[in-house]
Design a protein around this ligand. Structure first.
Ligand code: OFO
Length: 183
């Protein structure tokens, strides 16, 4: 090949096939999270008086997209190929605000489980760079689970008290979601 020609395909990858698949599955999961929270934001926006909850889920959706991008960049930087996945339509209507937040917590627990599996895989494959990269997600999941639990506890406490719900909506932006776009 002439010296000034750059090969179109990187010849070596530092990611095993298993790790690459695992990371690409996580790309899908973060994209699904972003869509799921976008649907929650859109539902909240057409309910009366949920401006805070609406903004919280719009931010949460943006954050998940940032998490997805971070994975895509890592996979490609390590010589792999991040594949952008197709997405199914998320749940778009919700029977109550409490149900939205229960779904939020359930979703975060599922994502934590998936991150834990990936960490386990990285160790089993002796891929310490990926293991190190994933620690950011471990910490992030701890924070997001805590936020989701706290908000569920508050809603439980509030019950049907409308002034409590008013304060919940007013104060929700103090919990999570404020880092969207910073990572
Ligand atoms: Fe991607 O941070 Fe939770 O899900």
């Amino acid at each position: 090949m002439p010296q000034n020609k750059v090969p179109l395909i990187k010849l070596c990858t530092m990611l095993s096939k298993t790790i690459q698949e695992g990371l690409n599955n996580q790309v899908l999961m973060e994209a699904q999270s972003s869509q799921a929270y976008l649907a929650m934001a859109s539902w909240a926006e057409i309910q009366p008086g949920l401006e805070g909850v609406t903004e919280f889920f719009f931010r949460q959706s943006d954050e998940e997209r940032v998490h997805m991008l971070k994975l895509i960049r890592f996979i490609n930087e390590r010589g792999g190929f991040a594949t952008v996945p197709a997405l199914e339509q998320p749940v778009v209507t919700f029977k109550s605000l409490n149900y939205v937040f229960k779904e939020f917590l359930a979703h975060e627990l599922k994502v934590s489980g998936s991150i834990n599996e990936l960490v386990h895989l990285a160790l089993a494959e002796k891929d310490y760079a990926t293991h190190n990269f994933l620690q950011w997600y471990v910490t992030e999941q701890m924070e997001e689970e805590r936020t989701a639990r706290t908000l569920n506890d508050k809603l439980e406490m509030i019950g049907d008290d409308r002034s409590g719900l008013y304060l919940f909506d007013r104060d929700i932006l103090n919990y999570g979601g404020q880092d969207a776009g910073k990572k």
